[in-house]
Each structure stands twice: as C-alpha cells, then as structure tokens.
Ligand binder design. Sequence first.
Ligand code: AVI
Length: 317
Amino acid sequence: MVNGDFVVKFYNEVIAGLSQYPKRLPSKYFYDATGDNLFQQIMHSPDYYVTRCELEIFTTQLPEMTKLVIKDGSPFDLIELGPGDCYKSIHLMKELTRLETDFNYLPIDISGAVLDQINTTLPPLLPNMPVQCMNGEYFQMLSKAKWYSSNRKVVLCLGGNIGNMTVEESHTFCKALHKHLNPGDLVIIGFDLVKNPNVIRTAYYDREGITSLFNLNLLERINQELEGNFNLNDFEHYCSYEPETGACKSFLVCLADRIVRIRNKEIIFKKDEYIWMEISQKYNPGQISEMALSNGFKPIGNLMDSKRWFADACWEV
Ligand code: AVI
C-alpha cells in the first residue's frame, strides 16, 4: 500500500473507532518505529512471559515440530505471517537446513522495513535457503504464494498474534486461512493459554510501565501522522483480565473532560471515559481444537512449553 492510501485508511479507522461508544482504537497501528522498539522491550521484559514460552517450544521441541513439518519429505514452502525478526522461526529454519530439507522461506508482512531486515539478516545465516519476501496483506500474499510454487504449504502464525483478535474475528481469520490452503497443508498457530490470572495481568501491566508507553505511543502516532493534538498526560493505561472469558484488555482512561482534535474532526472525551486499545485473548486447549474443527482444520497436536503457558497448535488442512 502506498503511503497516501495508508494514511487515509489509518485516519478513517481512527475516526471510526473514536466515534464509537465505547471508544476503540485498532491495536494493529501500535507498530510504528517507536512501537516496534517498545514491543521489543516488552518481549524481553521479566513480566511478559509469552515470547520466552514460545521460544522454549522452538528450542526444545524441534524434533516433534520438524517431523510434522517435513511430513512425507516432499518439498514445501514455509510461509510466515508477520515474521518480525524471525526470533523464534529461525530455530526451525536452521534445523530444517541442518536436516537438508527441500524448502523455501516466504515471510509475509505489510511492513517493507521488516522484510528488508530479513533480506539482510537471513542470507548470511542460511545461505542455501531460498527466501522470497512478500510485502502486503496476509491473504492477498497467500493467494500470490500459490503462483510462486505448487509445493505444499506450511504456514506459521506465531507470537500469539491471533490473540489480538476477538474470538469471533479469529474464527473469521481461520476460515479465510483454510480457504487459501489445500489438503495436506499444515498451519502452526501460537495461542497464549489461560493460566493464573495474576500472571496474565502482570504481563500486560508490567512493573516497568513499558506496556503503558506502548499504548500511549498510538496517541503520539496519531498526533504525528494524522495531525492530532492528544496530550498524553491526560491518559492513563488500565488493563483487565477476565478469567471467565480469557479476555485480557488494555485501555487508556481519560483523566479529565477534554476535546481532542484530529485534523478538522473534534472528539469529545468525558473524564474517566476510556478507549479500548487491545485485546489479548487467552485460550484453553479444548477451545483451540474447537477453533480448528469448526473452521475445517484437523488438529494434530499442541506443542507446549514446560509450564504449559503457551501452545503452538499444529493443524492440518
Ligand atoms: C503481538 N501480541 C501477541 C502481543 C500480545 O501479547 O497481545 C502484543 C502486546 N501487547 C501488550 N503486550 C504485548
């Protein structure tokens, strides 16, 4: 998407979200350069367990994972949706390369910067692995990937990103994913699991306050890119976790009556009114299997870390 189209979409979604009651902002816009940097800090912070748990799976459960991925030994395309810096998937790629597996790596991302980084860092590490970066929306690029080769597909959707959708949205996502794949293809999707509610809430209400800055940064981004005039001191981060539904939600609470301008649009905030910023939905293994089955996939196993806090679910089409 060219920059002008992106700004129009960003503006329209921000105004639509802030015109709703209760107000909402889409968390997909957290990730500008500052947001990426804050997210890196979150991933390495002691309170945020998610990345460490999934990394443990990608380092200790490689034999099981590679067996599922290699399957009958036929060549395949390893497609990663939202690869980031390949922090976890690199372990799988290295192991597959060590085993002299015939595969191509196709990272898909909306951010050209992420893919540029991959194009610089991966080839020196794995010189014999063909890499084809695909810049664009997930499903558009998945359609395109079919023309890249007729190999079977193995799709990675890691990091618990599916948790940033509501349960309903994640079903829609899985249905669309299924539609873009063929029988015999495999998907590996990371799900953060339900656990002690205090552990979850602390991960999103960290002692260092990085998650608060991560949320506030979206207001700053609106100021910078959409000519907004949010005063960040007027907003305070709040996080809730509801064990009955598994929904962990982040909010920004307005501390006083305020009128915020975004270009020529005025948004009225009442004291204590909140903006719902993000959902990080948690699941139990039964719900994960149910999600697979109700969207046409066959669940073939959940790879979990030693605390059983995170699962990489393996589903066959
Ligand atoms: C990217 N995503 C899976 C993270 C999560 O855990 O929901 C984003 C995040 N938000 C606050 N901390 C981390």
